[in-house]
Design a protein around this ligand. Structure first.
Ligand code: HEM
Length: 281
């Protein structure tokens, strides 16, 4: 049988930023670039139940996508602050595609049976997605701020600082409302560190935006935000369905009542006036 050898093509230039020194010198440029040496060591089931691997990988994939979504929403915020609607819309659009992948990632858990989940659930201990700092950062960005949740991260200075910064900074919706205020609409664009509360003046501003041809660009922004909001809710609904399938109404490992708690979260509208205004149009 013929022997095949795979040789790495020589690059005409020296690639930069491929990772720290001391990596396996035999690694391909692809392995070094994507840090596969680290990545593929991170999936370590704690039980002997086969289904635990898909649970870990789904969690890790979603965590990476939470980070990517934060990146896009932050880019949208910076564009809004510059009054650059074109770039803000582009960032939100990229974000909705990330959200679509996040939402379809629940398919990976669709085959997890309650018998399998119950068999490996004890290895989770008190671990729960509720403790995801990347998810909490996204919550703060959409206006669901809750200072008391920072207490979970007292043991991790960097995470605590990041979230405390996000709590004090304007949310994505705050930046949208500040833009509406700059465009002469009667809204108070002052950011708050508390959970966003629906405001009749904001609903009225969106009514104007949707009906006045002079603000067609802001109406496009409103629709992009609604696309975003709907996908956040869809993620919560799919999470709820996964939980219902895999463990029914048992309490959560994070200490919540489980389904009842998740249902209440799924029923809260994101960017609430963009939903309520529909009844006024
Ligand atoms: C079948 C698998 C899963 C079950 C049974 C489950 C269960 C739960 C439960 C019961 C809660 C409420 C808090 C608690 O008491 O623990 C929760 C919250 C949460 N879970 Fe899951 N989960 C699953 C998969 C995932 C995955 C794959 C992720 C991805 C990272 C995730 C992320 C979250 C997040 C971010 C929260 C907080 C939600 C919020 O604040 O609205 N979960 N989960």
């Amino acid at each position: 049988m013929a022997q095949h050898t795979v040789s790495t093509p020589k690059l005409a230039f020296a690639p930069e930023g491929l990772g720290p020194e001391g990596e396996d010198s035999g690694a391909t440029p692809y392995e070094r670039y994507a840090r596969l040496d680290v990545l593929h060591t991170l999936q370590q089931p704690r039980s002997k139940i086969d289904a635990e691997l898909s649970f870990i990988i789904t969690t890790q994939v979603m965590e990476l996508l939470f980070d990517l979504l934060r990146h896009e929403w932050t880019r949208a915020q910076h564009a809004l602050r510059e009054d650059d609607l074109t770039e803000a819309l582009a960032a939100l659009r990229r974000g909705t595609h990330v959200q679509d992948v996040l939402n379809s990632s629940w398919d990976l858990l669709a085959t997890l049976t309650p018998v399998e989940f119950t068999a490996f659930r004890p290895v989770l201990g008190e671990a729960s997605g509720f403790q995801s700092s990347a998810f909490l950062h996204l919550e703060f960005l959409i206006g669901n701020k809750a200072e008391k949740l920072l207490a979970m991260y007292q043991g991790s200075t960097a995470t605590h600082q990041e979230l405390a910064g996000a709590l004090r900074a304007p949310s994505l919706y705050d930046d949208v409302l500040a833009l509406l205020a700059r465009r002469g609409l009667a809204v108070d664009g002052t950011p708050s560190t508390a959970r966003y509360q629906p405001d009749p003046a904001v609903e009225e501003a969106w009514r104007t935006v949707y009906t006045d041809p002079a603000t067609a660009d802001l109406a496009a922004l409103a629709e992009a935000l609604l696309d975003t909001a709907e996908r956040v809710t869809r993620w919560r609904q799919r999470h709820y369905a996964s939980v219902k399938r895999s463990m029914g109404a048992k309490p959560g490992t994070g200490g919540s009542s489980g389904l009842t708690w998740l249902k209440a979260a799924a029923e809260q509208d994101v960017f609430p006036e963009l939903w309520s205004v529909r009844g006024a149009l």
